[in-house]
Design a protein around this ligand. Structure first.
Ligand code: GAR
Length: 202
């Protein structure tokens, strides 16, 4: 029996945050095993990253004509079979309904590249940069939160980090700084959750 936390990581794209988790696990910095990487996109590069490390992968896309409720319930059953301690949304870009979430109360965490209440949804970094250029904000940030319901990038906040926006920044440089901050924070929050330092009721 392993005493390592079982993680299912859900992705839709590049998977650089998945890579950060893989690297932390392999370095012995995170007492966890990734039991499956699930993508809703067959071409997500994160699948290649997982396969390079012999991590099981699955692609579950929502097919035409299948309702969201049915898709989410099937996804929930599929993920539940892996008996995860934590379900990590690391760039998973579909909103999950209670048909999925009811399997994992207080056990789904989401990473979002903005501070709580700011820029929910897609292209958050781009929208923060545009707001900076309009003089509306001087910094942005990232957060990790629990996913209790269908609220988009919303839920009890586990941790945040601010990310400064510098005068010479381009969108690329801000994205790079934001992702580097995410890679650290996501692993840090997972470690603290697994060690019980952050207390989340079961
Ligand atoms: C990350 O920036 C993550 O915060 C964001 O998708 C990116 C995935 O990058 N998630 C959201 O915007 C959720 N609304 P990655 O595939 O390289 O890890």
């Amino acid at each position: 029996m392993s005493d390592k936390a079982r993680l299912v990581v859900m992705i839709s794209g590049n998977g650089s945050n998945l890579q950060a988790i893989i690297d932390a696990v392999e370095a012995g910095a995170l007492p966890a095993q990734i039991v499956c990487v699930v993508s809703n996109k067959a071409k997500a590069y994160g699948l290649v990253r997982a396969e390079k490390h012999q991590i099981p992968t699955a692609v579950l896309s929502r097919k035409k004509g299948v309702s969201r409720a049915v898709y989410d319930a099937e996804l929930g059953h599929f993920v539940a079979n892996f008996q995860p301690d934590w379900v990590v949304l690391a760039g998973w870009m579909l909103v999950l309904s209670l048909e999925f979430l009811r399997f994992f109360p207080n056990r789904v965490i989401n990473l979002h590249p903005a501070l709580p209440g700011q820029f929910p949804g897609t292209h958050a970094i781009e929208r923060a940069f545009a707001a900076y250029q309009r003089g509306e904000l001087s910094q942005t940030g990232i957060m990790v939160h629990l996913v209790p319901d269908e609220g988009i990038d919303d839920g009890p906040v586990l941790a945040t980090r601010t990310v400064p926006i510098l005068p010479h920044d381009t969108l690329d440089s801000l994205e790079e700084r934001t992702h580097a901050t995410e890679h650290q924070l996501l692993v840090d929050v997972l470690r603290r959750l697994i060690q019980g330092v952050i207390d989340v009721p079961l």
